[in-house]
Ligand binder design. Structure first.
Ligand code: TIU
Length: 237
């Protein structure tokens, strides 16, 4: 017996209410990896202050816990490359004048290489059994991955998007998803940038022009919309 109906739950959002459908949505955590959020990784090697991203962790923890407690789908992504770098184009390898290049040894292992400690997701948001982890070689979650197929099999048409960084991997993924027909709701306090001006502009660009790429809302408004479901049982899909 369905635990919950699949009626839309309106989330207070920009540019207007987002019709969250528990039977068609998935929460996506983009690249919440040590390489971006902790010292010694890829983000810092590009000259960034990783502390700028860490304010996303606590709100995202609450969103993750509530979403999991309802049995709603959660997917994680990780940006990174094969140990032989065969999936890393020279343009990416050479760009940015980093202090350490992709594949170089660092305190958390080789920079942005799959299987290394720094490539993995931070402990606070570690995936649990059953949550797909999509390893991607690019900034977008669809390019060079089976993300689209995984979502199709799960019947997902709405993405609640979180993670880092707002103007790079979050934006690329939202744009890829938008062109593929997904409705994206980006949680403003659960996405982070190393640059305050890009955080602000990145969010504004998503909801501008009547929602040219999607919607934005706070995590509090997402959680408030889920509240009528309670946490008693998994949502029937
Ligand atoms: N540099 C930067 O802001 N971001 C990335 O390189 N990757 C992601 O956003 N995950």
């Amino acid at each position: 017996m369905p635990a919950h109906s699949a009626q839309a739950l309106p989330v207070a959002a920009l540019p207007g209410p987002f019709p969250l459908n528990p039977a068609a949505m998935a929460l996506v955590l983009i690249d919440m990896q040590r390489d971006f959020l902790e010292p010694g990784g890829f983000g810092e090697s590009l000259g960034n202050d990783v502390g700028m991203l860490r304010r996303t962790i606590e709100p995202l923890r609450a969103v993750l816990a509530a979403t999991r407690s309802l049995g709603l789908p959660v997917l994680h992504t990780r940006e990174g490359h094969l140990p032989d770098l065969s999936d890393c184009p020279p343009s990416k390898l050479n760009r940015g004048a980093p202090s350490r290049r992709i594949g170089d040894p660092g305190p958390n292992g080789r920079i942005l290489i799959r299987g290394e400690y720094g490539h993995d997701i931070i402990d606070e948001l570690a995936p649990v059994a059953g949550e797909p982890v999509i390893d991607k070689p690019g900034k977008g979650a669809f390019y060079g991955t089976d993300f689209g197929e995984v979502l199709a099999v799960a019947g997902v048409t709405q993405l609640v998007v979180t993670g880092v960084t707002t103007e790079v991997c979050v934006h690329t993924t939202v744009r890829e998803a938008n062109d593929r027909g997904f409705d994206c709701l980006v949680l403003s306090d659960c996405v982070g940038s190393y640059f305050p001006e890009f955080q602000q502009a990145g969010l504004a660009m998503i909801s501008a022009q009547g929602g040219i790429f999607g919607w934005t809302a706070s995590s509090a408004d997402y959680l408030a919309a889920l509240a009528p479901l309670g946490s008693r049982a998994a949502v029937a899909r």
